[in-house]
Write a protein that binds this ligand. Structure first.
Ligand SMILES: *Cc1c(COP(=O)(O)O)cnc(C)c1O
Length: 387
C-alpha cells in the first residue's frame, strides 16, 4: 500500500501536502512508516495539547465505544452531561449553557446565529488577520482574502478592523452591531497576542453599545497559552466563547459557551446531528481531567518561557521577531518560511506556518525539555545553513 499515491489520486486537492506518512504518535512525538521520529510542533494545528494518544483519552474512548457511540441530543446521556458540567466549571462565571458541535468553524457559526438572534442585529465586526474557520458564515469573519475571495458573496454586514487598535474598533461598533469576534492571540494570522488594553476595551465597548463580545479560543483554549483559557490572562468575560481543537484530546468536537447576555434559545433554532455525541464527550471529559491532573496549563507557561528564552538566544539575522504566549509561539523571519519548514522536517521537527513569514510552534503541552532542546537545535542548524 502506498498512501501517498492513493491520497494524491483521490484527495480533493484543497490541502498543501507534505511528503510524509505519519503512522503513530505518542506524547510530543510522531513516527513515519520507516520508524523515523519527529518532534511534533504542529500537533494537528493545536489539537494535540495532551500529546498523541493520551492513555486517559484512549481508555475513555474504548470504554465509551463499548457502551454507546451515538445518541442524539433529543435524549440525555451521562457522558455528555459530565462534559457539560466540567466544561462550564472552567468557563468564566455565568457561562452555564453550551451548544456542542464538531469543529471550530461550527462553534463560530453557532456564535454568529445566537448573536444575531439575541440582539436582533446583523452586523459582525472582526479583526484583520483574524481566522475563524472556513464555512460560509465563519469564513465571512476570516480575514485572509485568499480564503474568502473565491466564494463571494459571503454573509453581508461583516467588517474587519485592525487588531490591537482600540480606536478603530471604537469607531466601527454601533447600534447595528450584533457582535465583535476576536482571538486572544491571533493564531493563523501570525501569532499576534492581543493587548490587555485592547481586549478589555473591546469588551467594554460591546457592553456599552449592546453588542455581544465573542472570543474565539479555538486555538488558544485548554492550556495552550499557559492558562486554561487565554481570556484568564486579561480577566475577560465574553458573552460567547468558542472552543474546539484540543477539547476532545484529538477527536472532533466544538463547543459554543453562552453567557447571560445571550437570550434564551428554543428548540429548532439550531442543531447538529453529531453534536454532543457520547464518544467525543467521553474523550472531552478525559482530556479535561488529564489537563488538570498533569497541571498542563502551568507546564505550558513554564515550557513556553523556556522555549521563548532559547529562541531569543538565537542570533540569526534571518529572524525579525519571536513572539507568543505560553506554548503558542511565532518566529517571524525576514523571508518566506516554506523552505525552512521543509528543512526542519529533515531535521526531525514538524512545525507550522502562520502566513508567509512566520514559523508557528504549537507543541503538545507535555513536551519535555529534551525535546524542546531538540527543536531549538534543529532551528538553529536550519537557519545557520541558510545564512
Ligand atoms: C482552527 C481555528 C478555527 C477553525 O476550526 P476548524 O475545526 O478547522 O473548523 C477557528 N478559529 C480559530 C481561532 C482557529 O484556530
Amino acid at each position: 500500500m502506498n498512501p501517498i499515491a492513493i491520497e494524491n489520486a483521490h484527495t480533493s486537492g484543497v490541502y498543501a501536502k507534505r511528503n510524509l506518512v505519519i503512522v503513530r504518535g505518542k506524547g510530543a512525538l510522531v513516527w513515519d512508516e520507516q520508524g523515523r521520529e519527529y518532534v511534533d510542533c504542529a500537533a494537528g494545528h493545536g489539537v494535540a495539547n495532551l500529546g498523541h494518544s493520551h492513555p486517559k483519552v484512549v481508555a475513555a474512548l474504548r470504554e465509551q465505544a463499548e457502551k454507546i457511540i451515538t445518541c442524539p441530543e433529543m435524549f440525555y446521556n451521562p457522558a455528555r452531561a459530565a462534559l457539560l458540567e466540567k466544561l462550564t466549571a472552567f468557563a468564566p462565571d455565568g457561562m452555564e449553557r453550551v451548544f456542542l458541535s464538531n469543529s471550530g468553524t461550527e462553534a463560530v457559526e453557532a456564535a454568529f446565529k445566537f448573536a444575531r438572534y439575541s440582539t436582533g442585529r446583523t452586523e459582525i465586526i472582526a479583526a484583520m488577520r483574524g481566522f475563524h474557520g472556513r464555512t460560509m458564515g465563519a469564513l465571512s469573519a476570516t480575514w485572509n482574502k485568499k480564503y474568502r475571495q473565491p466564494f463571494q458573496p459571503l454573509i453581508p454586514d461583516v467588517h474587519h478592523v485592525p487588531y490591537n487598535k482600540l480606536e478603530r474598533l471604537d469607531a466601527a461598533v454601533s447600534e447595528k452591531t450584533a457582535a465583535v469576534i476576536l482571538e486572544v492571540v491571533q493564531g493563523e494570522g501570525g501569532v499576534n497576542p492581543g493587548t490587555a488594553e485592547y481586549l478589555r476595551g473591546a469588551q467594554e465597548i460591546c457592553r456599552q453599545r449592546g453588542a455581544l463580545f465573542i472570543l474565539d479560543e479555538v486555538q488558544t483554549g485548554f492550556g495552550r497559552t499557559g492558562r486554561m483559557f487565554a481570556l484568564e490572562h486579561h480577566d475577560l468575560q465574553p458573552d460567547i466563547l468558542c472552543v474546539a481543537k484540543s477539547l476532545g484530546g484529538g477527536v472532533p468536537i466544538g463547543a459554543t459557551l453562552l453567557g447571560e447576555r445571550v437570550r434564551e434559545l428554543h428548540p429548532g433554532l439550531h442543531g447538529s446531528t453529531f453534536g454532543g455525541n457520547p464518544l467525543s464527550a467521553a474523550a472531552g471529559v478525559a482530556a479535561l481531567d488529564a489537563l488538570v491532573e498533569e497541571d498542563l496549563p502551568r507546564r505550558a507557561a513554564e515550557m513556553g518561557a523556556y522555549l521563548m528564552g532559547e529562541l531569543h538566544r538565537l542570533e540569526s539575522p534571518l529572524i525579525r521577531e519571536v513572539r507568543g504566549l505560553g506554548l503558542m509561539i511565532g518566529i517571524e523571519l525576514k523571508q518566506k518560511v516554506a523552505p525552512y519548514l521543509a528543512a526542519l522536517q529533515e531535521h526531525g521537527v514538524l512545525a507550522l506556518n502562520a502566513g508567509m513569514n512566520v514559523i508557528r510552534l504549537l507543541p503538545p503541552l507535555v513536551i519535555t525539555r529534551e525535546h524542546v532542546d531538540r527543536v531549538v537545535q534543529a532551528l538553529e542548524e536550519t537557519l545557520r545553513n541558510a545564512e
